[in-house]
Design a protein around this ligand. Sequence first.
Ligand SMILES: C[S@@+](CC[C@H](N)C(=O)[O-])C[C@H]1O[C@@H](n2cnc3c(N)ncnc32)[C@H](O)[C@@H]1O
Length: 267
Amino acid sequence: MAEKKLLGSLELNRIYQIDCLEGVKLIPDNSIDLIIADPPYTNVVNAEWDRTNPFTEELVREFYRVCKDSASIYVWCGIGEKSQSLLDFIPKLNTKFYFKDVITWKKQRGLGTRKGWLYTREELLWYVKDNKKFKWIQEFQYSDEKRGKNSYGYKLTNGKRADEYIKSEYKRLANVWTDISEATFNTSKNNLASKHLTPKPEKAAERLVKVHTHPGDIVLVPFCGSGTECVAASRLNRNFISFEISREYIEIANKRLEAVHSEEATE
Ligand SMILES: C[S@@+](CC[C@H](N)C(=O)[O-])C[C@H]1O[C@@H](n2cnc3c(N)ncnc32)[C@H](O)[C@@H]1O
């Protein structure tokens, strides 16, 4: 049996059924490499968990405390008629973290009434703990799309100095993501993520994990849901720690994680 890895009194690579504010208080200072938070947007979907707003200033202070100086935090949110969680989250994050960017995820499908613009996006806020020390792994800042013939650009390969940059044939990733579809969920055999009302794509989580962490680093997933972000961390050999109030969702997430482990075992 694999050895249990601990983070304070918590076991790594486990999802705890607990309010994330209580959970994060159990994490030691300066121990987390990346936080990917997907909190309720509040009163957007018809679910008990979406009726309150757990994204408080106290929670943000705790996130800040547990982050290493090199850490980034990403927070999914929305800005539209149904939810303005972006406006709620920004001032809270600004009290502690350094603002870097807003990524727009352009979805393939839209929502909306006949009178108005079709709503086809979600936002991802990016903040860092220390703007001089945050981790950014340049070799993963490229998309799968090739550059045009005469364009230039440089890809930094592992261990090379800046003057040894090599030319990259791929385009840099921008802050509008159009290449991730809701339909590309890598949900393993039984489409488990679709059993959650608001699952996020694994590809988005994997992109964040790759560019901000190294294997063995620790990703905090405070709002686990169906486990998308834990699955991404696990598949990329990072550790995670996660919290979720619903037992039903934890069971779904654990099944998805088991599928990752059995994929690894058969490789
Ligand atoms: C937007 S969903 C996360 C979806 C996830 N990214 C996925 O791909 O499945 C938010 C989740 O947070 C959980 N939740 C709500 N309040 C919470 C709290 N205070 N602590 C921990 N989890 C909470 C809800 O049960 C819900 O599953």
